[in-house]
Design a protein around this ligand. Structure first.
Ligand SMILES: [Zn+2]
Length: 413
């Protein structure tokens, strides 16, 4: 009897803890308009639920999913009260910049190895080893020496540990709004390992040494290929192949039957703290030939920070359109498709992908990349846009990861 009541107390306490409402924010279509989202897995939403959002600038809202425009840049403490219960506040999580929003998803996230100065191949388009084709590298390659420590970036549980690969599953402190969903699940993954020190199912604490840098399967030098996958471990290609099997991850929030698959990798710099490196070296230039608008993005050394292009233009039908390409989460970018038929089990490898699937009105021509000690980076985007007239309010914005807007410069194409 006593055992049962203890169990009930324990369960009650646990439920109480896990029922604290969690929330996040994302940018709306018009820049700077911030939309707040409740993580509905953190609380039961009933039809008579009352909301009170306190935005930290003196304004409030009672909507379930409010949109708010901050008049000043800054870091705001944002609170949510549900049904007159205790307020849940987030301090130092949401920073509004001149042009956007930065969210701290994990408190005190640490670098797994090295630092930003050791990043050799960023989360971006890059020329492949053949010097001709290119792919989208969905990771950071952090250069190191064989045997260097790789640490757990946050508390978590080992999800996969095999060969030269290690994957740890974690929860975010503040969930991410991605692919029209709110999710707090993420995976960190390191490849080319020389050694693994933990096995599947083990619990790891932030800072634990979990593996050693190696060069197994890498192109030519030791590095930690570090990925962050959000919402699901499985890649688009894997899920497409697994559609008719039961191989998909039961923890994923993506239904393998729907076929609506999205690659889960995001730029690890969204999570890693780079406050010492908030420089803005980005520039861009524009040229127009007929109906094609060319945008060249130029960076001296921080191509890792190139994040987003927004083009507001008028379409064929005179309707206003805003084209948004986001590089951190690959929203709006065309997908890469598989070059060769790979083994279903080797779904984690990026190198089998080639750029394809060009749409009628969008193309990408990378012309220079940072690659092993090269400091410059240029990438040309071409857009088939019939009407682009700045006098009518049309505009282009090129932004870095912090929301800073790049300067427009004159440049030859
Ligand atoms: Zn890599």
């Amino acid at each position: 009897m006593r055992k049962v009541s203890l169990l009930i107390i324990f369960l009650f306490g646990f439920c109480k803890l896990s029922s604290q409402v969690n929330f996040t924010a994302s940018l709306g279509n018009a820049d700077k308009k911030i939309i707040f989202h409740i993580d509905e897995s953190s609380i039961k939403i009933k039809s008579n639920t009352n909301y009170l959002w306190i935005f930290g600038d003196g304004e409030t809202s009672t909507e379930k999913q409010p949109t708010h425009l901050y008049k000043k840049a800054g870091t705001y403490t944002i609170c949510l009260q549900i049904n007159d219960k205790k307020q849940v506040c987030k301090e130092n999580v949401f920073t509004v910049t001149e042009t956007g929003l930065k969210v701290k998803y994990v408190n005190d996230f640490i670098w797994p190895s090295g630092s930003i100065s050791k990043v050799d191949s960023p989360f971006s388009y890059r020329i492949k080893a053949d010097g001709k084709t290119f792919d989208f590298h969905r990771a950071l390659d952090i250069v190191g020496e064989i045997g260097d420590d790789i640490k757990a970036v946050a508390d978590g549980k080992v999800y996969k540990s095999f060969g030269s690969t290690l994957v740890v599953k974690h929860k975010m402190d503040t969930p991410m709004f991605i692919n029209n969903k709110v999710t707090d699940l993420y995976y960190t993954m390191s490849l080319h390992l020389n050694e693994r020190y933990v096995e599947k199912g083990e619990t790891v604490k932030k800072g634990d040494v979990i593996a050693a840098v190696g060069e197994i399967g890498s192109r030519n030098y030791p590095h930690n290929h570090f990925e962050i996958r959000v919402g699901s471990y499985y890649s688009k290609v894997y899920l497409e192949k697994a559609k008719n099997s039961n191989k998909a991850d039961k923890n994923t929030n993506i239904n393998p039957k729907t076929g609506n698959f999205i690659d889960p990798q995001v730029n690890p710099l969204l999570f890693l703290d780079n406050t010492d490196n908030e420089k803005n070296s980005l520039k861009y230039s524009v040229s127009k030939k007929g109906t094609i608008l060319f945008v060249k993005v130029i960076s001296n050394y921080l191509e890792d920070y190139f994040n987003e292009i927004v083009i507001k233009h008028s379409s064929e039908t005179e309707k206003e359109e805003t084209l948004k390409l986001n590089f951190n989460t690959r929203q709006g970018l065309p997908y890469l498709s598989e070059k060769e038929k790979g083994d279903l089990s080797s779904n984690s490898n990026n190198s089998d992908y080639d750029y394809q699937d060009l749409t009628d009105n969008f193309d990408i021509h990378p012309i220079k990349f940072k690659y092993r000690n090269k400091k410059d980076y240029q990438i040309i985007f071409s857009f088939k846009i019939l009407q682009f007239n700045p006098k009518n309010g049309d505009y282009i914005l090129v932004k870095d990861i912090f929301g800073n807007v790049a300067k427009e410069v004159k440049s030859d194409f």
